[in-house]
Ligand binder design. Structure first.
Ligand code: APR
Length: 312
């Protein structure tokens, strides 16, 4: 099995590390910066005798090497620099993702594509359009990350093993994410049996701002360990056809009442990508939060139309 990761920056390289550590598949890293992917691949391989991985890892600037990949992850993009407005950033990242998508369509037509580049829900749409792939083959990584943060904050608060906490976070990847506390449990016990409402609300708040909190501490970039681990989890689900149920940004065709939009929903991930979208009954409050979240994504899509219009 072969996984390619486009963009060997912080998130891409960390994803490769986790994929290698679990011997999930052979890996190709592609980055435009000469020597960046190659040097990281070499460095990873030097650790193979110590860490026990047997997979092949290559780093290159040549998209030709993604040929025949089973999964391709797109992390390529640029971060916002001082003086750059949102639309400039969007325009650049749309261009980078569109180029990657065309290469994937040409060289790895059977791949499942996992999109990581932000703004996630909008870039996923760009990749879907540019690859022309089936809807289930293009999926965005956001919910696994948002929910693992929520899981960690709950585990920390309750002093329990993090793996025993299960959580579901829906909606767009941003401040408008919708942590579903009713569908969150610890060892099968609903969260509200273990924490009072203000306690839960504080953790929800922390989850919403988890990414921002890291940016403000790190200053030179954004989170990459948990995002890399989240990517590896999704890659593994596809490569091993595990049928894992977790939230991801999927293209909706009426599910949850939305159409023609990428939004975080519970999915079952397997060999074909999104094998199925799981619809949950929502309360009025949850429904309103999800609507607000979708509205924010729609605004992003309107910006995308402007950017695409300018390009034409
Ligand atoms: N082709 C391949 N690689 C590219 C291209 C391209 N056209 N353009 C940029 N890159 C590479 C950069 O050279 C860089 O190494 O993408 C990499 C991005 O890495 P970082 O700048 O370290 O960013 P990172 O923190 O990994 O985040 C990547 O994931 O979580 C999101 O918001 C985040 O959109 C960002 C993405």
């Amino acid at each position: 099995m072969k996984v390619s990761v486009i963009g060997a920056g912080n998130v891409g390289a960390k994803a490769v590390y986790y994929i290698a550590e679990k011997n999930i598949a052979d890996i190709v890293m592609v980055d435009v910066v000469d020597g960046l992917a190659g040097s990281k691949a070499m460095d990873f391989l030097h650790a193979a005798p110590l860490r026990g991985y047997e997979v092949r890892i290559r780093g290159t600037t040549d998209f030709g090497e993604i040929e025949g990949s089973d999964v391709v992850v797109i992390t390529a993009g640029i971060a916002r620099k001082p003086g750059m407005d949102r639309m400039d950033l969007l325009k650049t990242n749309v261009g980078i993702a569109a180029q990657a998508a065309r290469e994937i369509a040409f060289r790895a037509p059977n791949a499942v594509v996992i999109v990581v580049t932000n703004p996630l829900d909008v870039i996923s749409m760009v990749v879907l359009r540019e690859t022309g792939f089936a809807l289930r083959k293009v999926v965005g990584m956001a919910g696994v990350l948002d929910s693992t943060r929520f899981r960690w904050f709950i585990a920390e608060k309750l002093g329990v093993w993090p793996g025993d906490v299960q959580a579901m976070v829906l909606g767009g990847h941003g401040d408008e994410m919708v942590p579903l506390t009713r569908y969150t449990s610890v060892g099968g016990i609903p969260l509200d049996q273990l924490l009072d409402a203000p306690g839960i609300e504080a953790l929800v708040k922390r989850t919403r701002t988890g990414g921002v909190e890291i940016v403000s501490l790190l200053k030179t970039g954004s989170a990459f360990y948990a995002p890399g681990a989240s990517v590896a989890k999704m890659v593994e689900a596809v490569i091993k056809d595990e049928r894992r149920l977790f939230p991801a940004s999927a293209y909706l065709r009426g599910e949850y009442g939305f159409r023609d939009i990428y939004l975080g929903v519970p999915v079952v991930m397997g060999r074909n990508g999104v094998e199925r979208i799981v619809e949950l009954p929502l309360t009025d409050g949850e429904r309103k939060s999800l609507n607000d979240s979708a509205e924010a994504v729609r605004k992003g899509l309107a910006e995308l139309s402007t950017v695409m219009g300018e390009k034409a």
